[in-house]
Design a protein around this ligand. Structure first.
Ligand SMILES: Nc1ncnc2c1ncn2[C@@H]1O[C@H](COP(=O)(O)OP(=O)(O)OP(=O)(O)O)[C@@H](O)[C@H]1O
Ligand SMILES: [Mg+2]
Length: 630
């Protein structure tokens, strides 16, 4: 390792010093041990190699000293040649071992990254929807990337840095002291001159770096938000591009200024270090030469001392920052563990059951529910806030009860914000009820396995999200083993076959991020096709036909009616025309079921449903539609 690199590493660690002043628990250390354990053989080999490298590093200066000694004493040419050959051999061995050590540390480091990443990914995937609605995707991705890499880097730096540097330092110092303790001690006197200001500058640079990181984060947030298709549309419609640009430019300028200051501080540090070690070298030559002239030291010893000295400063500066290095490794590990420790609020019970065979009933039994408070589902550091909101969400559902008989259709209607989508989300366990029970086929959903729920229940959500992938991949998500004919059949029934056939790559056309290249209605029909393909026993349609014009709505309604045949369905709709045929209609207002019955019963009752119906009917008439909406 060159002196400059080591010096830079130690300065860099000093910069992280501030954030690492927290004491670390034994638990953290034990867990790191757990992650290191599968790699223990490689770690052992790595340590052995480090010691071997340190030994070789001390051998060369001693041999060089011997060569000078041989020359001064007028030994035969054979001795010099042998020594030179030995030096060459050591150089080759050092090169080979260096490569091997690097390979070991790279496989160790990358292996650790792999383990940590997959662990975090698997864990985050198990988190409930509430977690994702709160956390910022950017912060989560950065946890998976930066912190995992930080943990790895600090881990391998600590290994290679601390261990090999201690060995090198002790060996070099030992040899130097044995040659001349006076010169060695004097050469070390200069060290504090360099180490003390380096530490001070380290903390100043830490401040700069943090500032730059904040600016960088703000810039990337601005970019990811403004440069997504919906964000860009919003800026075009309502945004103030000049102000956006100015804000961005001022941040970018701040980053530039910090970059220049950091570069200058870095080079001042390296220059100072080079200067100090050069001065120490001058001291060794001066004092050593003086001793040699007076016959108190061999000339070869002076050369050996000088060469050893150049190898002494690098490990010394590296070790000056070693404590910090270890600490920052622990910080990164803790940030990763923090995510791993977040208990998923919704988890499968051990020994979870399957939904019973045959047609399935859907039941809500006095269900109460409020969206969970932030501190239950999230981490402050992932939300970009100092502390999490501990206030529980206000109750949204206040004792909802109903039963959809197997194979029957229940419709939910009511004002916007009444709680219809919330009711729908409790069925696939996107959230869990706070009180009461939600049952599928008579079994509480909390006792069912996630796989069985997925198999049984299909849902078309209000926003109809599609993955940035091909039409085929988006469809097969529901049933990977479906054949080509089945896919086309589903598309046909969702009245989407014509469109897909006309796309440039047909089924293999990639639908943009959030399916952006499809219209709202087309996107919705694609999610309906997915539902038709999956053929689950229970389907939930949340405003599934809201984006469709009257003609395609009628067509898709037909397809849905066919698909819903024999299945239990929960249908949410604003347009009452779509729910007229439901076996049971529930009017939901303010988180309560305020009316229930069939279309004709509710009309006859003359309540809220009748009122909704009358307004829609009047509007349809005013719009001059031939057929009223109901
Ligand atoms: N993720 C969430 N976190 C906290 N509160 C939420 C969340 N989603 C919805 N709410 C609140 O819950 C209440 C019910 O919302 P819900 O989405 O169930 O209404 P809805 O009946 O489906 O309305 P719409 O007809 O407009 O779709 C609303 O007051 C809403 O503000
Ligand atoms: Mg809704």
């Amino acid at each position: 390792m060159s002196m400059e690199v080591t010096a830079w590493t130690s300065l860099h660690s000093a910069m992280n010093a501030e954030k690492s002043r927290r004491p670390f628990s034994r638990v953290t250390l034990r867990r790191i041990g757990g992650f290191a354990r599968p790699h223990r053989r490689k770690i052992g080999q790595f340590l052995l190699l480090s010691v071997a490298m340190a030994l070789l590093a001390v051998a060369t200066p001693i041999l060089a000293g011997r060569v000078v000694g041989a020359i001064v004493h007028g030994d035969d040419a054979g001795t010099v040649t042998r020594l030179a050959l030995l030096i060459a051999l050591i150089a080759v061995a050092e090169a080979g071992l260096g490569l091997l050590t690097r390979w070991l540390s790279a496989t160790l480091g990358e292996g650790l990254i792999l383990d940590l990443r997959t662990a975090v990914f698997d864990h985050v995937q198990r988190m409930p929807v509430a977690f994702f609605t709160r956390t910022r995707t950017g912060a989560l991705v950065s946890r998976l990337n930066n912190d995992v890499i930080g943990a790895q880097r600090a881990f391998s730096n600590t290994l290679s840095g601390v261990v090999s540097n201690i060995v090198t330092l002790l060996l070099t110092l030992g040899v130097m002291l044995s040659i001349s303790w006076q010169i060695t001690l004097l050469a070390l006197v200069l060290l504090p001159v360099f180490v003390v200001p380096a530490r001070r500058m380290g903390s100043r640079m830490a401040g700069l770096q943090r500032e730059a990181a904040a600016h960088n984060a703000a810039m990337s947030n601005q970019m990811t938000e403004r440069f997504s298709a919906p964000g860009a549309t919003l800026v075009k419609l309502f945004g103030r591009p000049a102000e956006e640009s100015a804000e961005f430019a001022s941040r970018a300028r701040a980053v530039r200024d910090i970059g220049v200051r950091t570069a200058m501080a870095q080079s001042a540090f390296i220059t100072a270090l080079t200067l100090v070690s050069a001065l120490a070298l001058a001291l060794v030559y001066g004092l050593g030469g003086f001793y040699a002239l007076h016959g108190r030291l061999e000339p070869g010893a002076v050369v050996a001392l000088a060469l050893l000295l150049t190898r002494l400063y690098a490990p010394l500066t590296a070790l000056a920052g070693a404590r910090v290095e270890v600490m920052s490794a622990l910080v990164s590990f803790e940030r990763v563990f923090e995510v791993l420790d977040l208990k998923p609020l919704i988890a499968e019970k051990p020994g979870a059951r399957r939904v019973p065979e045959g047609p399935v009933s859907v039941e809500f039994d006095d269900v109460r529910f409020g969206y969970p408070a932030a501190d239950k589902v999230s981490l402050a550091s992932l939300e970009d806030v100092a502390g999490l909101d501990t206030r529980g969400g206000a109750e949204v559902l206040h004792g909802v009860s109903f039963r959809a008989e197997p194979g029957r259709m229940v419709a939910l209607v009511g004002s916007s914000g009444a709680g219809k989508s919330t009711i729908a989300q409790l069925l696939p366990r996107l959230y869990d009820a706070d009180a009461g029970s939600v049952r599928l086929g008579g079994v509480d959903v909390r006792d069912l396995s996630a796989a069985s729920i997925r198999e049984t229940l299909g849902m078309v959500t209000q926003d109809g999200h599609l993955f940035h992938d091909t039409v085929r991949a988006n469809l097969l998500l529901a049933r990977p083993e479906a054949t080509e004919e089945e896919v086309w059949d589903a598309l046909r029934r969702a009245r989407l076959d014509g469109l897909v056939a006309s796309l440039p790559d047909g089924l293999d056309t990639v639908v943009g991020e959030r399916g952006y290249r499809l219209s709202g209605g087309e996107r919705q029909r694609l999610t309906i096709a997915r539902l038709l393909l999956a053929r689950q026993r229970v389907v939930i349609l949340d405003e599934a036909t809201a984006h469709l014009d009257s003609t395609s709505e009628a067509a898709v309604q037909e397809a849905l009616a066919e698909a819903l045949e024999g299945r239990t369905a929960v249908v949410i709709a604003h347009r009452l025309s779509t729910v007229r045929a439901a076996d049971l209609i529930l009017v939901v207002e303010d988180g309560r079921v305020v009316e229930r019955g069939t279309h004709s019963e509710l009309i006859a009752a003359g309540g809220r449903y009748e009122e909704l119906h009358r307004t829609q009917f009047a509007r349809a008439k005013a719009d001059g539609e031939a057929e009223p909406v109901c």
